[in-house]
Design a protein around this ligand. Structure first.
Ligand SMILES: [Zn+2]
Ligand SMILES: [Zn+2]
Length: 215
C-alpha cells in the first residue's frame, strides 16, 4: 500500500490485517492520518512487524511527533511479550527495491517537506504515483525517464485562481498539471487525485474535458 491517509481507516479489521507493507510518500497528516490506529489494530496479530517504508526525514518526523510514547506508543519496540508492531525501513530516492515481484523506485518530487513519488513496475504494468508535488523541471525529466508509463496518478489540489497558494504549499493547479503533461511522452492513462475537498466541484468542472480520469 502507498500512504496511510483516511482511506485506510475505511477498511475492515480483516482487510487491515492483510496489509504488511506501507510505502510512505511524506509525513503530511493527510498521508499518515490512519497509520496510528492501523498499527494499534495490529497488536498481537501474526506476521509482524508491519514494514513502513519512507525517507529518513519522513520516518524521523513520525518518531519525533507521533510514535513518541506521548501522542501514541512507540510501536517500533516490543510491548510486554508481544512482537513489535512496526519496523521503520529507510528508503533513498533513486534506490530501487524488489518487492513481491515488483520493482519499486522512489523518486524525489518537489513539495513543502521531503517527499517521494513511487514508480512500481510489475510484469504487465508500470504504475507511477507522483504524490503531493508541484510543477518542476525535475518532475518532467523524471517522468520522461520513467516512461513508458501505463498509469500515472498525479495530484491537482487547488484551482488556478489560487496559483499563489499552490506555489506556497507546493501543490498543483490544472494549468500546472497541463503544462507538466504536455512535456511528457508515453503515458497511457492519467488519474488525477488529491482534489482538496473545498475546491473539488470547481476542480472537477475545470478538469472535466481533459485527457485524464478524475478520481
Ligand atoms: Zn503534502
Ligand atoms: Zn497531501
Amino acid at each position: 500500500m502507498i500512504d496511510a491517509g483516511t482511506g485506510l481507516a475505511t477498511l475492515s479489521l480483516s482487510e487491515m490485517h492483510r496489509i504488511r507493507h506501507i510505502f510512505l510518500t511524506h509525513a503530511h497528516m493527510d498521508h499518515i492520518a490512519a497509520l496510528p490506529t492501523f498499527l494499534s489494530n495490529q497488536f498481537e496479530q501474526p506476521n509482524l512487524p508491519v514494514k513502513v517504508y519512507g525517507l529518513a526525514e519522513t520516518l524521523q518526523r513520525l518518531k519525533r511527533n507521533i510514535f513518541n510514547d506521548e501522542i501514541w506508543p512507540d510501536f517500533t519496540k516490543a510491548i510486554g511479550s508481544a512482537t513489535a508492531v512496526v519496523e521503520l525501513v529507510e528508503l533513498k530516492a533513486g534506490e530501487r527495491i524488489e518487492h513481491e515481484g515488483m520493482l519499486i523506485e522512489p523518486f524525489a518530487v518537489q513539495h513543502k517537506i521531503p517527499t517521494v513519488g513511487y514508480s512500481v513496475r510489475s510484469e504487465h504494468l508500470h504504475y507511477v504515483f507522483c504524490a503531493d508535488c508541484t510543477e518542476s523541471a525535475q518532475l518532467v525529466t523524471d517522468l520522461n525517464r520513467l516512461a513508458p508509463i501505463d498509469v500515472l496518478m498525479i495530484e491537482c489540489a487547488f484551482p488556478d485562481r489560487l496559483t499563489e497558494v499552490a506555489e506556497k504549499t507546493q501543490h498543483m493547479t490544472p494549468a500546472m498539471l497541463q503544462r507538466t503533461l504536455l512535456q511528457v511522452q508515453d503515458i497511457k492513462h492519467v488519474w488525477v487525485t488529491h482534489l482538496k475537498p473545498s475546491y473539488e466541484s470547481e476542480l472537477r468542472q475545470t478538469l472535466s474535458d481533459g485527457p485524464w480520469t478524475i478520481l
